[in-house]
Write a protein that binds this ligand. Structure first.
Ligand SMILES: NC(=O)c1ccc[n+]([C@@H]2O[C@H](COP(=O)([O-])OP(=O)(O)OC[C@H]3O[C@@H](n4cnc5c(N)ncnc54)[C@H](O)[C@@H]3O)[C@@H](O)[C@H]2O)c1
Length: 257
């Protein structure tokens, strides 16, 4: 298991959920990982579980100063980062007409300004080294519209666009930038109580179940590794076919019946 042998990665929001799955997989594939989050207890426990190849660092992605510290720490502990996964994110369900500017702004700050600051801070050392892969975790909410989560969809569409601009600016400096668009994934974000999930709501998509964090981590691994050396500015959809299109069979059945 050496697909990331010798590489150093920073993964934001990796104390739990799909960020933690990415940290586990990256370490198993030979990388050293700076586990970053605002959940210090969970992040410290994960880094302890992963051993010498991992270290926890408190990092609120909205704070530029904390990014500077995180880059200094990763360089002194593991070396120049080869990989940045901008994974941290928040979700808020509110009808658009009753959403406050402060709440809208908070979602944009974590989900869009955070990755911007990450690319700025980590991109600076990556371009100096003429090497790097940045993976931005967007969403299918960055590909289509979704009700009740207007700020979230705006942030994820924004991240998709930011990914492409960054890819164009950084490509000739040796840094690739891509976005991943997960569909529904069973994490504390969607399933705070960790309950057995009702899969009925996924009956309308080609793969009729919710995704697992390790299924997103597998795509992040590909984009972090040299296997994706010719991919940049691209969108990688991992959604069980949620955004593939419209199934006409039920309508045809209704028409026939
Ligand atoms: N779960 C899904 O269905 C789904 C689908 C599409 C996209 N996503 C995206 O995947 C990413 C990971 O989500 P998840 O499902 O694992 O959720 P999660 O809530 O389990 O994990 C998100 C992590 O981000 C951290 N975080 C929040 N604000 C932060 C901040 N300001 N600075 C640093 N860390 C912060 C949280 O503490 C948490 O550990 C998010 O960007 C999310 O929008 C999730």
């Amino acid at each position: 298991m050496t697909r990331l042998a010798g590489k150093t990665a920073i993964i934001t929001g990796s104390a739990r959920g799909m960020g933690a799955a990415e940290a586990r997989l990256f370490v198993a594939e030979g990388a050293s990982v700076l586990v970053c989050d605002v959940l210090d207890d969970e992040g410290t426990a994960l880094a302890a579980e992963l051993g010498a190849q991992a270290r926890y660092q408190h990092l609120d992605v909205t704070d530029e100063q904390q990014w500077t510290v995180a880059v200094d720490v990763v360089q002194s502990v593991f070396g120049t980062p080869d990989v940045l996964v901008n994974n941290a994110g928040i979700l808020q369900f509110t009808p658009m007409l009753s959403m406050s500017v402060a709440d809208f702004d908070q979602v944009l700050h974590v989900n869009l300004i955070g990755p911007f600051l990450g690319m700025k801070s980590v991109g600076a050392v990556m371009t100096e080294a003429r090497n790097g892969s940045i993976v931005n975790i967007s969403s299918t909410g960055g590909l289509v519209g979704m009700s009740m989560i207007s700020a979230y969809t705006a942030s994820k569409w924004g991240l998709r666009g930011l990914t492409k601009s960054a890819a164009i600016e950084l490509g000739h400096l040796g840094v690739r930038v891509n976005s991943i668009h997960p569909g529904g994934v069973d994490t504390p974000m969607t399933n705070p109580g960790g309950q057995q999930m009702d899969q009925a709501q996924y009956a309308g998509q080609p793969i009729q179940r919710i995704g697992r964090p390790d299924e997103i981590a597998a795509m992040a691994l590909f984009l972090a590794s040299d296997e994706s050396s010719y991919c940049t500015g691209a969108e990688f959809v991992v959604d069980g076919g949620q955004t593939a299109g419209i199934d006409l069979a039920p309508m045809l059945a209704a028409m026939a019946g």
